[in-house]
Design a protein around this ligand. Structure first.
Ligand SMILES: *Cc1c(COP(=O)(O)O)cnc(C)c1O
Length: 477
């Protein structure tokens, strides 16, 4: 067929819009969007015809349009199944929230709230009032403040306390956290001037002394290396030493501890992370940390410490731009209540997942294997992730599948609903039960089965699959 005659054979947008596969989408995505997609599809088809491709039938075009509309209609930001075993995966939304935080968030979202309304006095209040006392109780800080995230917290502190002035920091702490958060750049953004002391591996108290003697400094910044470790020939002053040095000169010491653990991670067999309380006890005047890392709450940046400094942050115009929204505050309040009550280990999903024993995990992986009728259960490690506890691992058991094309299999897993995120190790695709919620297990197994069939022409290299491919095992479940 010549291009012009095949052009004439193409349906009109009107014909497509009236096709029974397309009409149901009209009220769902809106007529304008359907028209736009129909025109785009026809344009692309004409272009393909000019390249000499065979013209598709009208029915095929209607089908393609319906697929695109289904795609457009699908919610974009949606839950996934995290089978990676990485507990705090920044790309997967970090900490999941538990029922108490969710109830609090929903209640505040659904109705009006006293977000900035003082109910006792019947007049304007502060959105921070709802969490300040809790922050005091759980951290021991004099006062507290919450902003959108920890990057914002650091920015606000530097801008409010050190703009156009100098900030002292060790070269060992000029870190990049990920997502473009680099301490030197944040300092620059805040208008503070960076004064680096020491070398990349060693910093002595004397280095700080010297810098303090030779130039006017506004504050001393200490940054926790939350996502990497220095091993070997390394030394730097302790937080206590730095605090007394800063205080001798009447300067504040600000600690960006990042991960925000409120209790000892060693209880979980993990390396020790400095807790917020420890930093305050060591003499830090302000401590900043994230709400959605080891705290296991919503995205937030939390600052606790000296009341006079917190008051300056609160009054700073930048605070208005960085303040947290009511949903995050509601979830944070609920999360902090759990800590105050002392039940974080049971009530915060992150800590529950951390506490799962290898035996519990082995049983779950074994059940997956039995239901699917393929794969191997093997020991592996879960990691904390999210820029916390580098190299720290928790022993786990995983289900390992050996598809012929692991990356293609991973892509098919991601295309499931809900999408499944797994990881590859030594050509095996691993599913770690630690980060899969029990209520997601059936969806996980169904998704794995649907994603697998591409593997069944030829025997998958798994011991249990010699009798039946996964496509044939659905009756066993
Ligand atoms: C994660 C982290 C940040 C950034 O926190 P966000 O809440 O992601 O903005 C800043 N500093 C340190 C030390 C961190 O670990």
């Amino acid at each position: 067929m010549s291009p012009t005659s095949s052009f004439r054979a193409l349906p009109s947008t009107q014909w497509l819009l009236e096709h029974p596969r397309v009409t149901p989408w009209l009220p769902l995505v809106g007529r304008e969007k359907v028209l736009q997609e129909a025109r785009k599809l026809l344009d692309e088809t004409r272009h393909a015809l000019r390249q000499g491709q065979e013209p598709p039938s009208r029915e095929v075009l209607a089908e393609r349009l319906a697929e695109r509309l289904a795609q457009a209609h699908r919610v974009r930001l949606r839950p996934v199944i995290n089978a990676t075993g990485v507990l705090l995966h920044t790309n997967l939304g970090r900490a999941p929230l538990g029922p108490e935080a969710l109830d609090a968030l929903l209640a505040v979202a659904r109705h009006y709230s006293n977000l900035e309304y003082d109910l006792a006095r019947g007049r304007r209040g502060s959105r921070l009032d709802h969490v300040v006392e809790l922050l005091r109780d759980v951290t021991g800080g004099e006062d507290g403040l919450v902003v959108n995230n920890n990057a914002a917290a650091v920015l606000l502190v530097l801008q409010a306390l050190a703009r156009r002035r100098r900030v002292l920091i060790a070269r060992t702490q000029l870190v990049e956290i990920g997502g473009g958060f680099r301490i030197p750049e944040i300092l620059k953004q805040s208008g503070a001037k960076l004064v680096e002391v020491g070398t990349t591996n060693r910093v002595h108290l004397q280095d700080y002394h010297q810098a303090l003697e030779t130039q006017p400094i506004a504050l001393v910044l200490w940054v926790h290396r939350s996502n990497f470790r220095i091993v070997g020939f390394h030394r730097e002053p302790s937080l206590e030493e730095l605090a007394s040095l800063a205080h001798e000169r009447g300067l504040p010491l600000v600690a960006d501890v990042g991960s925000g653990a409120l209790f000892d991670t060693q209880d979980y067999g993990l390396p020790h992370e400095p807790t917020v309380q420890e930093c305050l006890q060591a003499g830090a005047d302000l401590v900043c940390f994230s709400g959605d890392k080891l705290l296991g709450g919503p995205q937030a940046g939390i600052i606790v410490g000296r009341a006079d400094l917190v008051a300056r942050l609160r009054k700073h115009p930048l605070y208005r731009a960085l303040r947290p929204d009511k949903l995050a505050l509601a979830a944070l309040e609920a999360t902090l209540r759990i800590y105050r009550r002392g039940t974080a280990r049971e009530a915060i999903p992150l800590w529950r997942m951390m506490a799962l024993t290898p035996e519990e995990l082995r049983q779950r992986a074994q059940r997956w294997r039995d239901v699917l009728g393929m794969g191997q259960v093997q020991s592996a490690v879960s990691t904390v992730g999210g820029g916390s506890l580098p190299e720290a691992t928790l022993p786990t058991y995983v289900l390992a599948l050996r598809p012929r094309h692991p990356t293609a299999f991973l892509a098919r897993l991601r295309a499931q609903e809900p999408p499944i995120i797994a990881r590859i190790e030594n050509d095996a695709v691993l599913f770690d039960p630690r980060t899969v919620f029990p209520e997601q297990e059936e969806a996980l197994l169904a998704g794995i089965r649907r994603a697998w069939p591409g593997e069944t022409d030829g025997l998958p290299a798994t011991p249990a699959s010699t009798d039946a491919g996964p496509a044939n095992t659905s009756t066993r479940h």
